[in-house]
Design a protein around this ligand. Structure first.
Ligand SMILES: Nc1ncnc2c1ncn2[C@@H]1O[C@H](COP(=O)(O)OP(=O)(O)OP(=O)(O)O)[C@@H](O)[C@H]1O
Length: 343
């Protein structure tokens, strides 16, 4: 196992406290995703106006874009408590029934990774979402009876990185659904400036821009890079984060101008230099960079593809012209070699 990369979008186990400190507490402070924030604001205002609990909310999108943050904001905007759990933690319907029956009126129930819940729990959730009721099964076999149990009205906030995996009947029970997208660089700059304020870091605007460009449109990565750059500034300079300090720190952490890390560059370099631009199969590629095929496929490739540096074709991975150029290499032909050149 290689050590975690600073541009991994997943949260590290020791990062929770640092992340909590940087969560914006209100919709007004939540930067980026303007459409989602506006629509959600309307849903919350309307429910306050009517004096009812807000509709159930489904948030989908890649890790680190603010799903948990938005769930907490919904609770705080409604002045309601929040209960947090996750799909993998709920293996039996009884686990879910216990949580639901313990909710207080108006509580926000945040269910992360909702697509990983067990089937029986999912069915129990349908009823709870629709009728604020759960059926508790007493006894076993033919003598088993279902005793309906009222639960107080609550708002379910479901989060998923894989909206496509949710069964239709579950998706249909959410009154409001939002897809979070990668952030534009200026929004990430705003987030960095706010985080620097919270952490008491003197961050020059050019340095914020530099870090933002390398953050892959992901607030979690931006905040993490900011903390690393701050460490560097404190140890190697006077603590102020200037552009040269940010550049030097990010170079040390092997995060390049566009946010590629060592693994991303290694994969791209292998495709270009060792395999003539491709196509090369995933397992061969993984062996050549000394990584698991899964890591190459799930960690490095999505960003390389998003950047337009790599293509996944039926016959293997192919570097694009932009990919060659990002490494400072000249593509072998006017464009990247197409799969047909290698037949
Ligand atoms: N719009 C935003 N403004 C400011 N900070 C943000 C924003 N979105 C996310 N963050 C920060 O990024 C970090 C990660 O956000 P969060 O935990 O909400 O992501 P997530 O989508 O729930 O990730 P996961 O899918 O891994 O659970 C937090 O520290 C949070 O404060």
């Amino acid at each position: 196992m290689t050590k975690p990369s600073p541009v991994d979008p997943h949260a590290f186990p020791d990062e929770q406290a640092a992340e909590s400190a940087l969560r914006p507490g209100s919709l007004a402070e939540f930067r980026g995703q303007p459409r989602v924030a506006d629509q959600l604001g309307l849903v919350l205002d309307a429910s306050k106006h009517r004096g009812t609990v807000p509709d159930h909310v489904l948030l989908s999108g890649p890790p680190g874009l603010g799903k948990t943050t938005l769930a907490m904001i919904i609770a705080s905007e409604m002045g309601a408590p929040i209960r947090i759990s996750s799909g993998p933690a709920i293996q039996h319907a009884g686990d879910l029934a216990a949580i639901l029956s313990g909710l207080v009126e108006g509580e926000v129930f945040f269910l992360d990774e909702i697509h990983r819940m067990s089937r029986p729990a999912e069915e129990l959730l349908y009823l709870a979402m629709e009728d604020f009721r759960v059926d508790v099964i007493v006894g076993k076999g033919p003598g088993a009876t279902a005793i309906p149990l009222e639960i107080p009205p609550f708002t379910l906030v479901g989060a998923t990185t894989r909206a496509g995996l949710l069964p239709g009947p579950l998706r249909d029970r959410f009154g409001f659904t939002a897809q979070l997208d990668f952030y534009e660089t200026p929004a990430i700059e705003h987030i960095l400036v706010r985080s620097a304020g919270v952490l008491g870091i003197q961050l020059r605007p050019e340095a914020a821009a530099e870090i933002a460009r390398r953050s892959r449109g992901t607030p979690r990565i931006a905040n993490r890079l900011l903390r690393r750059v701050r460490d560097y500034a404190q140890v190697k300079a006077d603590g102020r984060v200037t552009e040269p300090i940010a550049r030097a720190a990010l170079e040390l952490y092997e995060v390049d101008e566009l946010g590629l890390d060592r693994l991303d560059r290694g994969v791209l370099e292998a495709v270009c230099k060792r395999f003539g631009g491709g196509p090369v199969g995933l397992s061969t590629l993984a062996i050549s960079v000394g990584e698991e095929a899964e890591t190459v496929e799930e960690v490095a490739e999505p960003f390389l593809v998003r950047q337009g540096f790599l293509m996944r074709t039926q016959r293997g991975r192919v570097a694009t012209e932009a990919g060659w150029r990002h490494l400072g290499l000249t593509p072998p032909t006017s464009g990247a070699p197409g799969p047909d050149l290698f037949s």
